[in-house]
Design a protein around this ligand. Structure first.
Ligand SMILES: Nc1ncnc2c1ncn2[C@@H]1O[C@H](COP(=O)(O)OP(=O)(O)OP(=O)(O)O)[C@@H](O)[C@H]1O
Ligand code: SF4
Ligand SMILES: [Mg+2]
Length: 327
């Protein structure tokens, strides 16, 4: 299968008060054609900055990145912002967390479709609107011709989220990045969006990188999963590992244990907070919260253990038994 996105040994740092503060460390990740890949992790761990920096959206005055990036199999120069911007739209589209802020309130929905298309292709207005109405219909938007004439503030959050997906699909990008697209919508719209993304993936063989805090959605949607903690990808595995409870990193185990279920009398809570950017100690960043931490963890170089069938883990003690996750 063709790899649509691949990063190797990717680092991202923030310039702050004359210092470079590491936000993402040694990340290796790929998304192949037709695959839905989940990326999960606590707030602030670096999920959004990962894709923003890869697509040239991180301010180069503030952010420094290094490592290897390939898009559609082609090596990309991380400092060539023009090339990364060009890739956005044609090769990769993004569906954002907050649809209200993704639209310009002064422009009609129609204008958003026209501007998005014209940034990349030479289609006539008629062609653009035909494609827009057909996509909107497929995304269950009633009377799309009327909706095109509306302004974003006249649309509900759920409708804007669907319009954002239609905009993202307009140029048939091989890869979609969905950053928490269901955060600001109710459960019904949430289900519809997940169903739509599955349909797009199946019908067009689109690769999807789906970012979420919600393990349940990731379990329903993804083929493979990456777990991020404090800027490290600490574990990755085929989704079957979640279903079979065969995950090994203590953080992933805690996430699984904290998943709501009708049969649990109470939910274990992951005590403590992730380390702040300014307070990263040597060794494993999970050590202060980890029930299995030993002295050696504080000098662990965070290398990766490959433990079979596309399963990798960054934990010194991955082989020692974890508390079992109940369900
Ligand atoms: N513009 C910015 N200036 C300074 N620091 C930033 C900026 N944007 C993000 N950060 C910091 O970079 C780190 C990673 O942020 P990022 O937005 O990628 O987290 P996230 O995993 O997407 O979180 P969430 O789940 O809340 O969306 C955080 O510590 C955040 O505070
Ligand atoms: S390396 Fe140590 S502290 Fe880090 S997750 Fe594994 S056992 Fe816990
Ligand atoms: Mg985010």
């Amino acid at each position: 299968m063709k790899q649509l996105l691949r990063i190797d040994n990717y680092d991202l740092s923030l310039r702050m008060n004359g210092e470079n503060i590491r936000v993402i460390s040694s990340a290796d990740l790929f998304v192949s054609e037709g695959e839905i890949v989940g990326l999960i992790g606590e707030s602030g761990c670096g999920k959004s900055m990962l894709w923003k920096s890869l697509l040239g959206l991180a301010d180069p005055q503030k952010w420094i990145c290094s490592g290897e990036l390939r898009l559609m199999g082609n090596p990309m120069d991380l400092s060539d912002r023009a090339a990364l911007t060009e890739a956005r739209g044609n090769q990769v589209s993004v569906i954002l967390q907050d649809p209200m802020n993704a639209f310009d309130q002064l422009f009609t929905i129609e204008r958003h479709f026209i501007e998005t298309a014209r940034a990349h292709v030479q289609w006539s207005k008629g062609e653009i609107l035909k494609k827009a109405t057909s996509l909107m219909r497929r995304l269950y938007i009633r009377e799309p011709e009327k909706v095109l004439k509306m302004y974003p503030f006249q649309c509900s959050g759920g409708m804007l989220q669907r319009i954002m997906i239609a905009l993202a699909l307009m140029l048939d990008p091989p890869l979609l990045i969905a950053d928490e697209p269901t955060t600001s919508v109710d459960v019904t719209v949430q289900r519809e969006i997940v169903a739509m993304l599955k349909e797009v993936n199946r019908d067009r063989n689109t690769g999807i990188l789906y970012i979420s805090h919600d393990l349940k959605i990731i379990e329903d949607l993804a083929d493979r999963v990456y777990v991020m903690y404090a800027g490290y990808l600490v574990e990755s595995f085929p989704v079957s590992a979640l279903q079979e409870r065969k995950v090994f990193h203590p953080y992933t185990v805690k996430l699984l244990q904290s998943r709501p279920s009708y049969t649990k009398a109470y939910l274990p809570v992951l005590e403590g907070n992730p380390p702040s950017l300014l307070d990263r100690q040597a060794g494993c960043p999970f050590a202060p919260r980890c029930p299995k931490a030993v002295d050696a963890c504080r000098s662990y170089d965070m290398h990766v253990y490959e433990i079979g069938n596309q399963h990798i883990v960054r934990c010194l003690r991955w082989e020692d038994e974890n508390e079992p996750a109940q369900n």
